[in-house]
Design a protein around this ligand. Structure first.
Ligand SMILES: NC(=O)N[C@@H](O)C(=O)O
Ligand code: NI
Length: 165
């Protein structure tokens, strides 16, 4: 079995089992501010649970770029909360997810974002860490603060070679 992973274009349909694509696509949900603003509403399934009064947290991550092809060994998941990354530039980034197979991640899938697309990982979804491409850039992060352990990491025995052709 090849350990080469070719990135796919990020689409809501393909990504749906893993999370949501955050972007202003198609007609707006509705207009606000007297018609001066088109609102694309309720784009992500936020989900925070567990001990210690969990709540949403907004942060900014200054992500440094990774070179391709990427040797992927580490994926992680957040059992107590969803996690969203929205780029603050038009630069693409790599979105890596994997199905859960009895508690361990299976073969990863990689998606390349179109300019401006962000993602929301559903709670407990295996994913690679934030992987900017191109320039170092800021990302808005929406995830969980609260009690308990919200990070589970897994290292594959052999690396996957991820590329974006
Ligand atoms: N820890 C953190 O803020 N980021 C990671 O969870 C990640 O998915 O990049
Ligand atoms: Ni994460």
């Amino acid at each position: 079995m090849s350990r080469e992973i070719a990135a796919e274009p990020l689409t809501p349909e393909a990504f749906a089992p893993f999370g949501d694509v955050i972007e202003a696509r198609g007609a707006p949900s509705f207009r606000i501010n007297g018609g001066m603003c088109d609102r694309h509403h309720d784009l992500a399934r936020l989900d925070f649970t567990g001990p210690g009064n969990p709540r949403a947290n907004i942060s900014i991550g200054f992500g440094r770029p990774y070179a391709l092809p990427l040797r992927l060994t580490l994926v992680e998941r957040h059992p107590l909360g969803s996690q969203a990354f929205v780029p603050m530039t038009e630069d693409p980034f790599l979105v890596i997810v994997a199905p859960d197979e009895n508690g361990v991640p299976g073969r990863p899938r990689a998606f390349l974002t179109a300019p401006g697309q962000g993602v929301n990982y559903l709670r407990n979804t295996w994913h690679g860490v934030l992987t900017p491409l191109g320039r170092a850039s800021n990302f808005l992060i929406v995830d969980r603060v609260g009690g308990g352990n919200n990070l589970e990491e897994f290292s594959y025995a052999e690396p996957w070679i991820v590329n974006a052709v």
